[in-house]
Design a protein around this ligand. Structure first.
Ligand code: AMP
Ligand code: MG
Length: 392
């Protein structure tokens, strides 16, 4: 894994490995007004596979003051980073005085969530449910049951666009492995029966899940990181912390505002495959911001890029005309689910779907570089890359 970092700062306390350099942000888009620097990572994590790029910075914090010049104690976050959880980079930056125990508690919680909800860990609850598919129900922990139920609810509500039973199709494409490939149509047709969410049965009485057909599996990749963000935020808040940024591989949870009372400034990642940096700035306080985009995970074959969010009806990566969707919401779980749904539905149906979620706002970026905003976010988002334009 090659992870590059800029400007990671703490009060001289534990910070995981980083390369420091003071200066301007090299990812600054052309034409954007100069910013002093970035005070958190603009990490681009690339796994060992040369084909799949896992971009961990979907959204990232842009600090208004430079970490290189220390003005006040509260301007300087105490930051800790972990690379070994949720297959991404997790950065917790706390701007209040905080015991190091907070970080331990947060990382332990995220590890627990991963241990229960991972598709790839053979001992996770989700893997046990898959192992028992076609045989018997599997009782889940309260948290896993809650997440699975949320995922099933949004699956039904979105008419199967979001599909919690998408696991066998994701595996067929090998999109999360070192050897992704384009399956042939016959293989895709064969697998379709196994991604039928109507064959997923939940029982509230014993909090169990039953997958009716052998070979079925649940994939919580579109929601678990969001849930982990909410769980981490709850722990941070329970320690009395009022100003913090939790960045779970680009799923950002902003706690409070900046220590001086102003909003956090979050960069919205340039979604063009092969490019980096950000194309706009979002200002938020006490919100979660989550993006689903083509650039997060993809591979190239025969001159085509294939990304990781699948349309269960075609069996191919979704093609609703979007490069990315960012959702800003009070809940990181909701933002994670909705960003995936909106990406799958496209701008028109996506905006209609979001009407039922009064606290959720969206930034849609189309493949012709137009940006559609829901009304509630218009004053909080500024485009900084002039190749992108606001749809009128
Ligand atoms: P996100 O980045 O939150 O949009 O989630 C993408 C991840 O969700 C993928 O890497 C898959 O693990 C999973 N996924 C892919 N397609 C779907 C789908 N149609 N519904 C639900 N989850 C999906
Ligand atoms: Mg999601």
């Amino acid at each position: 894994m090659d992870v590059r970092f800029m400007e990671i700062r703490s009060h001289g306390r534990a910070v995981a490995c980083c390369r420091r350099s003071c200066g301007t942000n090299p990812h600054q888009p052309a034409g954007a007004s100069p910013r002093p620097t970035i005070c958190t990572y603009t990490g681009v994590g690339v796994n060992s596979n040369k084909i799949i790029a896992l971009f961990s910075a979907f959204l990232f914090l842009i600090a208004a003051s430079c970490a290189c010049s220390r003005d006040t104690a509260t301007d300087q976050p105490n930051t800790q980073i972990r690379y070994d959880l949720l297959n991404t980079v997790i950065t917790i930056s706390i701007y209040d005085d905080a015991d190091d125990k907070v970080f331990g508690d947060v990382f332990d919680k995220i590890a627990e969530i991963e241990g229960a909800m991972s598709v790839t860990r053979p001992d996770s609850e989700i893997s046990q449910a898959a192992a028992m598919a076609g045989k018997s129900p599997v009782a889940l922990s309260d948290e896993t049951y809650f997440v699975v139920k949320e995922a099933l609810d949004i699956t039904v509500k979105s008419g199967g666009a979001f599909n919690l039973a998408i696991g066998p199709l994701v595996k067929l494409w090998g999109i999360n492995t070192d050897s992704p490939r384009v399956p042939d149509r016959a293989e895709i047709e064969q697998i379709k029966e196994l991604i039928d969410y109507n064959a997923v049965t939940l029982s509230d009485s014993d909090k169990s899940v039953y997958l009716e057909l052998a070979g079925m599996s649940i994939d919580l990749g579109a929601i678990a990181k969001g849930y982990a963000g909410d769980a981490a935020a709850e722990i941070v808040r329970s320690h009395g912390i009022k100003h913090a940024i939790l960045d779970l591989g680009g799923n950002v949870v902003a706690i409070g505002g900046r220590p001086d009372g102003s909003d956090w400034r979050i960069g919205v990642r340039n979604p063009i495959i092969g490019e980096s940096g950000y194309i706009g700035v979002l200002t938020v306080k006490d919100k979660a911001a989550v993006t689903s985009g083509v650039y997060e995970r993809y591979f190239e074959s025969g001159g085509h890029y294939y990304h990781h969010i699948f349309d269960g009806k075609t069996g191919y990566p979704a093609d609703a005309g979007l490069l990315s969707v960012t959702i800003v919401s009070d809940s990181s779980t909701e933002a994670d689910m909705l960003s995936t749904v909106a990406f799958l539905l496209g701008v028109g149906d996506g905006i209609v779907f979001l009407n039922d979620y009064e606290n959720a706002e969206a930034i849609f970026i189309t493949d012709d570089l137009e940006i559609f905003l829901t009304p509630g976010i218009k004053d909080s988002f500024t485009i900084t890359d002039d190749r992108f334009s606001l749809a009128t």
